[in-house]
Design a protein around this ligand. Sequence first.
Ligand code: KIV
Ligand code: ZN
Length: 385
Amino acid sequence: MSEKLWIFDTTLRDGEQVPGCQLNTQEKIVVAKALEELGVDIIEAGFPISSPGDFNSVVEISKAVSNPIICALSRAVEKDIEVAAQALKFAKKGRIHTGIGVSPYHIQYKLRSTPDDIIRRGVAAVKYAKRFVEDVEFYAEDAGRSEPDFLCKIIEEVIKAGATVVNIPDTTGYCLPEQYGGIVANLKNNVPNIDKAIISTHCHNDLGMATANTVAGVQQGARQVEVTINGIGERAGNTSMEEVVMAIKCHQSIPVHTDIQTPRIYKTSRLVSKLMNMPVQPNKAIVGRNAFAHSSGIHQDGVLKHRENYEIIDPKEVGVEESSIVLTARSGRAALKHHLDALGVELEGDALREVYEAFLILADSKRDIGRKDLMGLVGKYMDES
Ligand code: KIV
Ligand code: ZN
């Protein structure tokens, strides 16, 4: 049996920080329940000190959801941690996620501090959070651009202070997969107490590497991934849940499994897109409108002969009814025949050739060829039959 990979969903925290994506408490509860049904292990429900509305959402989500751990974010500040703990009071299983910047940029320019002081503050925050909950996750913000020995040092100290999960964010989406995987490998090899905590990935997508970096982290031993539905999040977004889950499902060489009910993926993606007013790009992996649409003649012919010629995932596995063969000027005869057959018009030989030629002329002048267009093209043959 492979090891479990914990799915930490931050759609309602990092995802919801996106301008225009704000949800009210009722909407957040709807999303949280959908995430629970999807099978996520941890829901990051908000950043309670940030506003009364966010505090209230964490309280209400804690009441509404039973299975996942409910997580609340805080800075490494006592007041933040106290407010996070209060917001979690109804959670069946609560986690405080606290942390501090660890890169030279953050230490020097954001926090105007020193490495030793950062370790002191990180350790103090974890110890303080442990007064309220057993499950404390520490985030080493901007770990992607941190100095490797310093990162090892602070991670060792926060684990000794009681952190159950250590989050290694590539906050600025800077890393390449080899670098991010290398950071996780370095922690695995050089932090004496690393096996007492779960290593978590948290990647941003500024260079379009979030999924690749996350998978690289898992390959090097991370056993929690922080993700959002549709990859929404600050700037270019966070790691997309559906991409990581399906990459892991497709590649058995990665020795982990998740408890995500993949046939619920598409439905959840639509729900989040609608409520957050955030359209999904058509070519988005797994959940985009074109993710299972075949439009060129060669591909259409191949997929009609055998689905796996051009599909690595059965669309039903992610809750999409079926793949589509789209009719465009690039479509071949096989695709046209497929659609005509579905309309009950079975043409072969010269008749099919003739209709195909007329179809190409029409398709050159029109983007979408639908049922009505096809009926127009085959009218003559229908009258004859
Ligand atoms: O990107 C980041 O570093 C974060 C932390 C607050 C976990 O979102
Ligand atoms: Zn983030």
